[in-house]
Design a protein around this ligand. Structure first.
Ligand SMILES: NCc1[nH]cc(CCC(=O)O)c1CC(=O)O
Ligand SMILES: [Mg+2]
Length: 329
């Protein structure tokens, strides 16, 4: 008979004892800010399905990055919005040394050398069909030719000064191919953040609006390369392969519906494990806040703490700036 010997409410009674037993912390240094960059000067364009997030020109991006850096956010993840005329079947804009992503990397590294810059390695912003890879005449995304293109893209990011390249395409073998090419080119310290367990999720919808690929993708889907949301064991196989191939960090994406995967990956491998709270997770919370149905600050911090508790070392989140402000207040 434990009660009244054991009363779990005793430790909850006061703020001091709650603080002493708190298991999980959340600080700005756990957060990564995803940003959307577009062409132009001094432009910031709203994204209707992601209230509070904007597509910004490079000059504005640098200001945003200064804010993030000032708040203690260690890195940002860059996503270019490619003008329709630069998209093609072979996605060659992806490795244009003067492409938007490459110019943005150079501007960021010049203005704020200490802020980590993570680039997205995948072809979807650059293909006319909106798929992450190259397609054959039946529309099937072919693996090995895509990997060759991804290698060119990753190298062009590293040459522009990216600290971390993050393949989000889910082709087999791309991490190993990128790692080998980076070594050959002398980029031995370029880190690879592998989107290792990336699910074919319906929660990416607002992101595809943001980068302007949803129109290109149309009724298409990514089921032949992104993972089935029903699978967990398979995520561990994906992570094991990416680590073997030379990934420095692995990611689970989305975050909130996949916290069991975050936990299993962290426990099994004990490697830097990131989670991406994706655009749809952001949008659904924002919609509830806008309606006055949920309290923004409390729910955002609870959601992020939950992702950390599941095992994430860091979280990509569109709430990064607000959360960092609240955590510092
Ligand atoms: N390579 C594409 C990519 N990189 C990050 C996201 C989604 C991020 C988000 O929803 O916030 C996607 C979308 C997709 O796979 O269709
Ligand atoms: Mg894989």
């Amino acid at each position: 008979m434990a009660y009244p010997h054991t009363r779990l409410r005793r430790m909850r009674r006061d703020a001091f004892s709650r603080a002493l037993m708190r298991e999980t912390d959340l600080t700005p240094s756990d957060l990564i800010l995803p940003v959307f960059v577009r062409e132009g000067r001094d432009v910031a364009e709203a994204i209707p399905s992601m209230p509070g997030v904007e597509r910004v020109s490079i000059d504005r991006l640098v200001r945003l990055a200064e804010q993030a850096h000032g708040l203690g956010i260690p890195a940002l993840a860059l996503f270019p919005v490619t003008p329709p005329e630069a998209k093609s079947l072979d996605a060659s804009e992806a490795w244009n040394p003067d492409g938007l992503a490459q110019r943005a990397v150079r501007a960021l590294k010049q203005a704020l050398p200490e802020l980590g810059v993570i680039t997205d390695v995948a072809l979807d912003p650059f293909t006319t069909h909106g798929q992450d890879g190259l397609v054959d005449d039946r529309g099937y995304v072919v693996n090995d030719a895509t990997v060759e293109a991804l290698v060119k893209q990753a190298i062009s990011h590293a040459e522009a000064g990216a600290d971390v390249v993050a393949p989000s395409d889910m082709m087999d073998g791309r991490v190993g191919a990128i790692r080998a090419a980076l070594e050959v080119d002398g980029h031995v310290n370029t880190r690879i953040l592998a989107y290792a367990a990336k699910y074919a999720s319906a929660f990416y919808g607002p992101f595809r609006d943001a980068v302007g690929s949803s129109g290109n993708l149309g009724k298409g889907n990514k089921y032949t390369y992104q993972m089935d949301p029903a699978n967990g064991d398979e995520a561990l196989r994906e992570v094991a392969l990416d680590l073997e191939e030379g990934a420095d960090m692995v990611m689970v994406k989305p975050a909130m519906p996949y916290l069991d995967i975050v936990r299993r990956v962290k426990e099994r491998f004990g490697v830097p494990t990131l989670a991406y709270q994706v655009s749809g997770e952001y949008a659904m919370l924002k919609a509830a806040f806008a309606n006055g149905w949920l309290d923004e600050r409390a729910c955002v911090l609870e959601a992020l703490t939950g992702i950390r508790r599941a095992g994430a070392d860091a979280i990509l989140t569109y709430f990064a700036l607000d959360a960092a402000r609240w955590l510092r207040a």
